[in-house]
Design a binder for this molecule. Structure first.
Ligand code: NAP
Length: 442
């Protein structure tokens, strides 16, 4: 592995094709034998530091249409939190089902799950049939794994019935020294970013793009008022940027003055600190419509009397009733998650009588992922990286995200020995350096 790392650090990328692929590599894994380790505990008390282990694992065999990547850096996504606390289900069921689906996929069914759905790195080898990528190419990978043998996914690859999230519903993810992807997950690494910056937008940036911008999601347009929950978090940090970039008006909800300051630094004017406002949407197991109204009033105070055209939803049970209530007549609640619980409750009168829509959204199709990465590469949207951990401390990094102790994205160094490496376009970087650093060390 050292030879591969040295070749990349010395910029001898052409050499990579001749260096033998190591038989094993270090990966951050959860273990099938530990899937019940947190049984009986409250979700909040399940600790990713106990379930995520750095282990030497065998390098998987490279199949047709696949690529093996030397991973320089990765990032924590909430899906790694879910995997590491074995909620809502253990991910070993996904690996078993995928493994049973074809001879090529059989290798994914192992007693360990190498996790992680983002990477920036260098192509080491490509499998038979891959012509667009070669050893030595600097890449990032989006996390959409599809087979495309069924017609349903031919217009919109997210509709493929064999759709999976790489590193969550498949094995050999990005929180490791090596990763295995389908070659059509690969995209060019943005030249002006370091390895850890380039690895951080992938999953959340693409998800926020589909959810908010794409016609498959809310189809946001200029002038739309957009209520964004967790506006300085993983998804929200990109949703806020997309709203500002697209001429919309974000109303950012956060939980501290520090997070409010980050939103202001991104250019948002309307910010609600939900902790300072002490919203209590649920009390003694009952929804509190008076609290929905208090939120709606606050939004109108900020916007000069306007309600949100779009609510960018992901907290789920805790906020969903309020989100449906505050949305403008004819507006859209677009949801991609249920962090606080997936049994949502809302007053349906506020949906049908005022002609609102609830839209479900999940990751992004190939094209949306490519467009989202293109915006990063052009310096139109910026990484939201705050802290970076070494691979061995991935458990702590996931713990921070689980406990909501983080801002934006938390990065992980894999083969990169330190932060700050991998920049090719210093000129573009210099132009955007303040925006790139907005979330750093917060
Ligand atoms: P994140 O970085 O933890 O950000 C979520 C933000 O939500 C937090 O920063 C927090 O902001 C806010 N929040 C937490 N609890 C809340 C509550 N009770 N009420 C209101 N706001 C609350 O996570 P993320 O990466 O944005 O992911 C969020 C969720 O989306 C996760 O469940 C994840 O699994 C899911 N997700 C789904 C997809 C998909 O494709 N379907 C893709 C990405 C993520 P404040 O404390 O500042 O309010």
């Amino acid at each position: 592995m050292q030879e591969i790392r040295n070749a990349i650090l010395a910029d001898n990328l052409a050499e990579l094709a001749t260096i033998p692929v190591p038989e094993t590599y270090q990966a951050m894994v959860v273990l099938a034998e530990e899937a019940d380790m947190f049984a009986g505990l409250d979700s909040r008390d399940k600790d990713p530091r106990k379930s995520l282990h750095l282990q030497e694992v065998p390098t998987p065999e490279l199949g047709p249409g696949e690529a093996l990547i030397a991973v320089m850096a990765s990032a924590i996504n909430y899906n790694t939190v879910w995997t590491s606390i074995f909620e809502p289900v253990s991910t070993f069921g996904f690996l078993k089902r995928y493994g049973a689906s074809s001879a090529l996929a059989k290798k994914h069914d192992r007693p360990y799950h190498a996790v992680g759905s983002d990477l920036a790195g260098v192509v080491l080898r490509v499998g038979p049939g891959v012509t667009k990528w070669k050893a030595g190419d600097e890449v990032v990978a989006h996390c959409l794994s599809v087979e495309l043998e069924d017609p349903q996914g031919h217009d919109d690859t997210m509709m493929d019935p064999q759709q999976r999230i790489w590193g969550f519903e498949t094995n050999f993810g990005g929180l490791a020294e090596l990763a295995l992807v389908k070659s059509n997950q690969l995209m060019p690494k943005p030249d002006h970013l370091t390895w850890e910056e380039a690895a951080s937008p992938g999953l959340v940036n693409s998800t926020a793009y589909r959810q908010l911008v794409s016609q498959h999601g809310a189809g946001m347009k200029q002038g739309d008022v957009v209520l964004i929950w967790g506006a300085s978090g993983g998804l929200g940090g990109y949703a806020t940027q997309f709203a500002l970039n697209g001429g919309a008006i974000p109303v950012c909800v956060v939980s501290s003055p520090e997070k409010a300051e980050i939103c202001r630094a991104m250019g948002a004017e309307y910010i609600i600190d939900r902790s300072a406002e002490k919203y209590e949407f649920w009390k003694d197991g009952q929804q509190q419509p008076s609290e929905w109204k208090r939120l709606g009033k606050k939004i109108r105070e900020l916007t000069g009397g306007e309600d949100p055209d779009i609510v960018f939803e992901h907290p789920g049970r805790e906020t969903f009733g309020a989100s449906v209530y505050v949305t403008k007549r004819g507006g859209t609640i677009v949801t991609c998650a249920s962090t606080t619980g997936y049994w949502h409750e809302y007053d349906n009168r506020y949906l049908w009588m005022t002609l609102k829509r609830i839209v479900g959204s999940h990751f992004a199709n190939y094209r949306e992922s490519w467009e989202a990465n293109r915006l990063i590469a052009k310096g139109a949207i910026h990484p939201t990286l705050s802290r970076v951990y070494p691979l061995a401390e991935t458990g702590q990094a996931a713990y921070d995200v689980h406990k909501n102790l983080h801002q934006g994205k938390v990065g992980v160094l894999c083969l990169a020995p330190e932060e700050g490496l991998g920049v090719r376009d210093q000129e573009l970087r210099a132009k955007h350096i303040d925006a790139i650093n907005r979330f750093r060390n917060r």
